[in-house]
Design a protein around this ligand. Sequence first.
Ligand code: ADP
Ligand code: 5GP
Length: 181
Amino acid sequence: MGKIVIISGPSGSGKTTVCKLLEKDIQVKKSISVTTRSPRKNENNGEAYYFVSDYEFEDMISKGELAEYAKYCGYYYGTPLNALKEALKKEGFYLLEIEVQGALQIMEKFPDAISIFLLPPDKKTLSRRLVKRNTNKEQDMAVRLKTADKELEYKDRYDHCVVNDDLEETINTIRKILKLV
Ligand code: ADP
Ligand code: 5GP
Protein backbone atom coordinates (compact mmCIF):
# COMPACT_ATOMS: atom_id res chain seq x y z
CA MET A 1 0.00 0.00 0.00
CA GLY A 2 1.20 3.51 -0.82
CA LYS A 3 2.08 6.13 1.78
CA ILE A 4 0.96 9.74 1.75
CA VAL A 5 3.70 12.30 2.44
CA ILE A 6 2.53 15.83 3.22
CA ILE A 7 5.01 18.62 2.50
CA SER A 8 4.02 22.05 3.81
CA GLY A 9 5.86 25.26 4.54
CA PRO A 10 5.62 28.97 3.79
CA SER A 11 5.75 30.19 0.21
CA GLY A 12 9.42 30.27 -0.83
CA SER A 13 10.53 27.68 1.75
CA GLY A 14 11.47 25.37 -1.13
CA LYS A 15 8.57 22.87 -1.33
CA THR A 16 8.41 22.69 -5.14
CA THR A 17 12.20 22.42 -5.48
CA VAL A 18 12.39 19.70 -2.83
CA CYS A 19 9.47 17.71 -4.29
CA LYS A 20 11.02 17.79 -7.79
CA LEU A 21 14.26 16.34 -6.42
CA LEU A 22 12.49 13.69 -4.33
CA GLU A 23 10.48 12.70 -7.41
CA LYS A 24 13.67 11.56 -9.13
CA ASP A 25 13.24 8.37 -7.13
CA ILE A 26 10.89 5.97 -8.92
CA GLN A 27 9.22 5.17 -5.60
CA VAL A 28 8.09 8.79 -5.26
CA LYS A 29 5.21 10.39 -7.15
CA LYS A 30 3.65 13.81 -6.64
CA SER A 31 -0.05 14.55 -6.64
CA ILE A 32 -1.18 17.17 -9.17
CA SER A 33 -3.44 19.69 -7.47
CA VAL A 34 -6.30 21.70 -8.89
CA THR A 35 -6.16 25.47 -8.50
CA THR A 36 -7.97 28.64 -9.55
CA ARG A 37 -4.80 30.77 -9.63
CA SER A 38 -3.28 31.64 -13.01
CA PRO A 39 -0.34 29.61 -14.37
CA ARG A 40 3.17 31.04 -13.99
CA LYS A 41 5.37 31.36 -17.07
CA ASN A 42 6.92 27.90 -16.72
CA GLU A 43 3.77 26.07 -15.58
CA ASN A 44 1.80 23.81 -17.91
CA ASN A 45 -1.75 22.64 -17.31
CA GLY A 46 -1.76 19.05 -16.03
CA GLU A 47 1.89 19.21 -14.96
CA ALA A 48 2.33 21.84 -12.23
CA TYR A 49 -1.42 22.02 -11.59
CA TYR A 50 -4.77 21.56 -13.26
CA PHE A 51 -5.82 25.18 -13.76
CA VAL A 52 -9.58 25.62 -13.52
CA SER A 53 -12.21 28.35 -13.06
CA ASP A 54 -13.94 29.09 -9.74
CA TYR A 55 -17.07 27.50 -11.18
CA GLU A 56 -15.24 24.27 -12.08
CA PHE A 57 -13.53 24.12 -8.68
CA GLU A 58 -16.80 24.61 -6.78
CA ASP A 59 -18.37 21.91 -8.92
CA MET A 60 -15.58 19.51 -7.88
CA ILE A 61 -16.21 20.40 -4.20
CA SER A 62 -19.93 19.71 -4.48
CA LYS A 63 -19.31 16.38 -6.23
CA GLY A 64 -16.88 15.26 -3.49
CA GLU A 65 -14.02 14.98 -5.97
CA LEU A 66 -11.40 16.54 -3.66
CA ALA A 67 -9.61 14.81 -0.76
CA GLU A 68 -9.05 18.24 0.80
CA TYR A 69 -9.16 21.84 -0.32
CA ALA A 70 -8.45 25.32 0.99
CA LYS A 71 -8.34 28.94 -0.03
CA TYR A 72 -4.84 30.41 0.00
CA CYS A 73 -4.08 34.08 -0.77
CA GLY A 74 -7.45 34.41 -2.50
CA TYR A 75 -7.34 31.27 -4.67
CA TYR A 76 -8.67 27.74 -4.29
CA TYR A 77 -6.28 24.77 -4.14
CA GLY A 78 -7.30 21.11 -3.79
CA THR A 79 -6.11 17.50 -4.06
CA PRO A 80 -8.01 15.25 -6.51
CA LEU A 81 -9.41 12.29 -4.55
CA ASN A 82 -9.46 9.65 -7.31
CA ALA A 83 -5.76 9.97 -8.16
CA LEU A 84 -4.92 9.76 -4.44
CA LYS A 85 -7.00 6.59 -4.01
CA GLU A 86 -5.28 5.02 -7.04
CA ALA A 87 -1.84 5.94 -5.69
CA LEU A 88 -2.63 4.34 -2.33
CA LYS A 89 -3.33 1.01 -4.07
CA LYS A 90 0.29 0.89 -5.26
CA GLU A 91 3.57 0.77 -3.35
CA GLY A 92 5.62 3.94 -2.92
CA PHE A 93 5.24 7.49 -1.66
CA TYR A 94 2.61 9.97 -2.82
CA LEU A 95 3.68 13.57 -2.18
CA LEU A 96 1.07 16.18 -1.34
CA GLU A 97 2.64 19.62 -1.53
CA ILE A 98 -0.13 21.49 0.27
CA GLU A 99 -0.70 24.38 2.69
CA VAL A 100 -1.55 23.93 6.38
CA GLN A 101 -5.37 23.96 6.28
CA GLY A 102 -5.43 21.18 3.70
CA ALA A 103 -2.70 19.31 5.55
CA LEU A 104 -4.82 19.22 8.73
CA GLN A 105 -7.72 17.73 6.73
CA ILE A 106 -5.45 14.99 5.31
CA MET A 107 -3.94 14.22 8.77
CA GLU A 108 -7.46 13.66 10.07
CA LYS A 109 -8.66 11.52 7.15
CA PHE A 110 -5.39 9.60 6.70
CA PRO A 111 -3.72 9.27 10.14
CA ASP A 112 -0.89 7.19 8.61
CA ALA A 113 0.25 10.08 6.45
CA ILE A 114 3.80 11.25 7.12
CA SER A 115 3.86 15.03 7.54
CA ILE A 116 6.87 17.26 6.95
CA PHE A 117 7.05 21.02 7.52
CA LEU A 118 9.74 22.78 5.55
CA LEU A 119 11.26 25.82 7.28
CA PRO A 120 13.33 28.59 5.75
CA PRO A 121 16.64 29.23 7.59
CA ASP A 122 15.28 32.68 8.56
CA LYS A 123 12.79 35.31 7.35
CA LYS A 124 15.37 37.31 5.41
CA THR A 125 16.34 34.23 3.40
CA LEU A 126 12.66 33.45 2.77
CA SER A 127 12.06 36.95 1.44
CA ARG A 128 15.24 36.78 -0.70
CA ARG A 129 14.20 33.43 -2.21
CA LEU A 130 10.72 34.72 -3.02
CA VAL A 131 12.21 37.78 -4.74
CA LYS A 132 14.71 35.59 -6.60
CA ARG A 133 11.95 33.29 -7.82
CA ASN A 134 10.17 36.41 -9.04
CA THR A 135 6.96 34.70 -10.09
CA ASN A 136 4.50 36.70 -8.02
CA LYS A 137 3.28 40.25 -8.30
CA GLU A 138 4.73 42.50 -5.57
CA GLN A 139 1.37 42.67 -3.84
CA ASP A 140 1.10 38.88 -3.88
CA MET A 141 4.59 38.58 -2.44
CA ALA A 142 3.68 40.80 0.53
CA VAL A 143 0.58 38.68 1.22
CA ARG A 144 2.66 35.48 1.03
CA LEU A 145 5.26 36.83 3.47
CA LYS A 146 2.54 37.90 5.89
CA THR A 147 0.86 34.49 5.56
CA ALA A 148 4.21 32.82 6.41
CA ASP A 149 3.93 33.94 10.07
CA LYS A 150 0.52 32.29 10.40
CA GLU A 151 1.72 29.11 8.68
CA LEU A 152 4.72 28.80 10.99
CA GLU A 153 2.34 28.61 13.97
CA TYR A 154 1.23 25.18 12.69
CA LYS A 155 4.68 23.60 12.42
CA ASP A 156 4.29 21.60 15.66
CA ARG A 157 1.30 19.73 14.20
CA TYR A 158 3.67 17.99 11.77
CA ASP A 159 5.65 14.77 12.39
CA HIS A 160 8.90 16.39 11.20
CA CYS A 161 10.28 19.91 10.76
CA VAL A 162 13.17 20.28 8.30
CA VAL A 163 15.14 23.50 7.87
CA ASN A 164 15.84 23.97 4.17
CA ASP A 165 19.24 25.63 4.32
CA ASP A 166 21.56 23.48 2.20
CA LEU A 167 19.37 21.81 -0.45
CA GLU A 168 21.34 18.57 -0.64
CA GLU A 169 21.21 18.18 3.13
CA THR A 170 17.43 18.80 3.08
CA ILE A 171 16.91 16.06 0.48
CA ASN A 172 19.08 13.63 2.43
CA THR A 173 17.19 14.35 5.65
CA ILE A 174 13.81 13.74 4.00
CA ARG A 175 15.05 10.61 2.25
CA LYS A 176 16.15 9.32 5.66
CA ILE A 177 12.73 10.11 7.15
CA LEU A 178 11.12 8.10 4.32
CA LYS A 179 13.76 5.39 4.69
CA LEU A 180 14.75 5.84 1.05
CA VAL A 181 18.47 5.63 1.84
P1 ADP B 1 7.91 26.99 -2.57
O1 ADP B 1 7.48 25.90 -3.52
O2 ADP B 1 7.95 26.53 -1.15
O3 ADP B 1 7.13 28.26 -2.73
P2 ADP B 1 10.30 27.07 -4.26
O4 ADP B 1 10.67 25.64 -4.37
O5 ADP B 1 9.64 27.71 -5.45
O6 ADP B 1 9.44 27.34 -2.94
O7 ADP B 1 11.64 27.86 -3.89
C1 ADP B 1 11.69 29.29 -3.85
C2 ADP B 1 13.05 29.77 -4.43
O8 ADP B 1 14.10 29.37 -3.53
C3 ADP B 1 13.38 29.17 -5.78
O9 ADP B 1 14.00 30.15 -6.57
C4 ADP B 1 14.34 28.01 -5.44
O10 ADP B 1 15.24 27.77 -6.50
C5 ADP B 1 15.06 28.57 -4.21
N1 ADP B 1 15.52 27.53 -3.24
C6 ADP B 1 14.83 26.46 -2.77
N2 ADP B 1 15.54 25.77 -1.87
C7 ADP B 1 16.74 26.41 -1.75
C8 ADP B 1 17.92 26.17 -0.96
N3 ADP B 1 18.03 25.16 -0.11
N4 ADP B 1 18.94 27.04 -1.10
C9 ADP B 1 18.85 28.11 -1.96
N5 ADP B 1 17.76 28.38 -2.73
C10 ADP B 1 16.71 27.55 -2.63
P1 5GP C 1 1.61 28.28 -5.17
O1 5GP C 1 0.62 29.30 -5.64
O2 5GP C 1 2.88 28.94 -4.65
O3 5GP C 1 1.88 27.21 -6.19
O4 5GP C 1 0.96 27.52 -3.93
C1 5GP C 1 0.45 28.26 -2.85
C2 5GP C 1 0.20 27.33 -1.68
O5 5GP C 1 -0.83 26.39 -1.99
C3 5GP C 1 1.43 26.51 -1.29
O6 5GP C 1 1.53 26.50 0.14
C4 5GP C 1 1.10 25.13 -1.81
O7 5GP C 1 1.71 24.10 -1.04
C5 5GP C 1 -0.41 25.11 -1.60
N1 5GP C 1 -1.10 24.09 -2.38
C6 5GP C 1 -0.78 23.60 -3.60
N2 5GP C 1 -1.64 22.63 -3.95
C7 5GP C 1 -2.51 22.48 -2.93
C8 5GP C 1 -3.62 21.63 -2.69
O8 5GP C 1 -4.01 20.77 -3.48
N3 5GP C 1 -4.28 21.79 -1.51
C9 5GP C 1 -3.92 22.71 -0.58
N4 5GP C 1 -4.61 22.76 0.55
N5 5GP C 1 -2.86 23.52 -0.76
C10 5GP C 1 -2.18 23.41 -1.92
